[in-house]
Design a protein around this ligand. Sequence first.
Ligand SMILES: C[S@@+](CC[C@H](N)C(=O)[O-])C[C@H]1O[C@@H](n2cnc3c(N)ncnc32)[C@H](O)[C@@H]1O
Ligand code: SF4
Length: 468
Amino acid sequence: MEKKSLTHQSMYIDKELIKKYNQPGPRYTSYPPANHFTESFTSEDYIALLKASNHQEPDSISLYIHIPFCPQICYFCGCNTSLMRSRQQLRRYINALKREIRLVATHLDLSRPLTQVHWGGGTPNSLPFHYIGEVMDLIRELFRLSKNPEIAMECSPAYLGLKDVVSLAGMGFNRMSLGVQDRNPELLKKLNRRPQKYPLEDLYRTARKSGFEGVNFDFVYGLPGQTLEDHLASIRQALEIAPERIVTFSYAHVPWFKEHQKKLEVYRLPDANEKLTMLESAFELITQNGYMPIGMDHYAKPDDELAQALRNKNLHRNFQGYTTREKTGQVYAFGATGISQLSGGYSQNTRSLDAYMDSLEKDELPVLRGYRLSENEKVRRRVLNEIMCNHYLDFDAVARDFNLDADRVREIVEYDPDKLEEFARDGLVEHSAEKVAVTPRGFFLIRNIAMKFDPLMSQHPKGYSKTI
Ligand SMILES: C[S@@+](CC[C@H](N)C(=O)[O-])C[C@H]1O[C@@H](n2cnc3c(N)ncnc32)[C@H](O)[C@@H]1O
Ligand code: SF4
């Protein structure tokens, strides 16, 4: 693969500027962010959104299946999961999931193409596989799969055998995300995480041989007790295997929300400066080995569809990660805590497993909260997507898609060139009345730049994590 010079990294990372702008802000995985969802949103509101989604763009369907179980809870984990239940309870959960899929499907135009199915968790691969097969069979029975749908699963390598990889391929899965986190077995032990069952290289080769089009490796940096060398050794090992994508998440320490993280407070938590060094060194290593940075934490080989979509300025993002405009459908989510992301708004399922299963056993949708977007908010969401994913905003292009004129779009996002002046002086953006382009130097400050196009930030600026 092509090697990049060191100047490439310094084009992207200016530690002083990152420190200057490292303010709390939303991650913009949804717009408005999930803390704006309201509990006055009911299952009737969700049904209205479902029905409206049949006539809105994009016309394709994405499904998200949430499996909130793991055989063991890692102390660093920030995901929506819980300890694996008995076989009987799992059976009940899978039945509820299937009921939810059938129930939602009654409100949908099923002639629309299904372009994406994503299984997340938790650890979906720790389920008995016949449950996964049952749900996939139901999806095939109800929906019309497009020619080349993306069918992906988030897997923990601790519970993944080589035969499991082949079975998943047999069920139609063609993308897999492997949670590596860190390769140091001593650190994994402190984190209460089991190491992988098989060498990562064997898992990767088996996946590619059995039909997976791409494999992603997840890492976390800034973990309690983790050193820079731990992180870089983990990345070096991945680079030898050369998966199609690599993700390096910044560790989110939220013990008020995830009590188990308190157990890690006996170890040293790397400070902001050390985390920045980890980010910078890993960035250098990964990009020098020919990967393209996709967003703040994603990297892909240059011929990967995400890298191509970024070049063609048609990259998108949802709660499941980055995706191309072709694959993005309206996302219908199933399972406890799942969030549906539709053209007209968002609906989140209840967090309580028992309440989730009880509702579905009564054929009621288990809605916890949600949000209906106004027409102006749809425009803001699109503008924020352009900035966050494509690092480029063309007011005319957005205006055309919404049948508006560009001045109206500028008004809706309360665009004021003065708000961008300091960023422009620091070389983070280049802007004119028509277009805004984020430079490589603005790459890691993208959330700060996006906030300038979000009128909500002046109303509710608090309660977010720092951008790095
Ligand atoms: C839902 S988990 C699923 C992966 C699978 N259960 C596993 O652990 O391998 C998705 C990813 O979230 C990341 N993650 C989990 N807790 C995190 C935290 N507190 N901060 C940052 N990233 C985290 C990990 O990299 C993990 O692979
Ligand atoms: S990191 Fe993965 S395996 Fe560990 S508790 Fe979280 S979801 Fe489960």
